[in-house]
Design a protein around this ligand. Sequence first.
Ligand code: MTE
Length: 322
Amino acid sequence: MRPIRRQPWQLPETDVTPEAAWRDRRRFLREGGAVLGMPLLFGLFGREPPPPEPPILPGRYPAPRDPRFVPERPPTPEDLFLSYNNFYEFGTGKDIRGTAQALRLRPWTVRIDGLVERELELEVEDLLRRMPFEERIYRFRCVEAWSAVVPWTGFPLRRLVELARPRAGARYLRVESFLDPEVAPGQKQPWYPWPYVEGLTLAEATHELAFVATGAYGRPLERQNGAPLRLVLPWKYGFKSAKSLVRFTFTDRRPRTFWSRVVPHEYGFWANVNPEVPHPRWSQRTERPLGSDERIPTRPFNGYGEWVAHLYRGLEGERLFM
Ligand code: MTE
């Protein structure tokens, strides 16, 4: 039987290092690094700094903003979005930004397969060249009860589904993150079922709000936020928004997702935001916007109920909110 381990991101917020403390630590590391010099550090640990990679299609940023999506709160400060992350491939803490820089973005081959008219394998730049870019400012709600407002750049997931041309039997879309334990130390931990996998119904994947982000804050995504492409599903808990994707598979079976395999009684397939349904170990009634100590009420479907509630009619017997 798989041992159940408590994940650090399942800790109650009260157990998490206060933001001021980790910011100080980050400043110490940054300034310390500048004093010591990166070459010396790399020399000490026997690693070569990776050669710099040019950003992917930088000329496409900033993209025109979709005026339909204007949250009532201003965007989260960019530096916080870039430095407070969940990306278990690179570690279980929030401070994985440095480690994530080992991720190589070229070549980056994306596979579209399963129940489709014709399977496709293409380099990420070729895929992105076929997609229309826009900016959408969405609310983002992590299951841990912190939240953000993020100006994403990217394209509707529906456009990728149209490119894939799913066959009649396809009912679900399974997405898969990269697998490379050589660059991602977390993937050496055998108790996690790597690679990270998420899934949606086809109705969810073709919904107007479902988005593939390639950038944020008017420029290409950084590695720690899921470069070169990730999902953004603003009405669901953040763990559904899988990062650094390499494969999109159309299938007639409900995908077994990463967290539902690790802790099935806490994280399910649907994971729609609902303040009335507590996590087994904490309330979901309120959330803490990143960068503040304030608690604000969480809204059903993260405030996108008018858009998405109809997707779940007739599914009331399912565990839609975990
Ligand atoms: N995708 C992968 N591949 N690995 C992860 O660990 N964490 C998820 C999601 N996508 C995760 C992932 C969780 S729990 C959250 S809250 C968001 O990414 C965090 O996104 P951010 O770091 O860009 O804010």
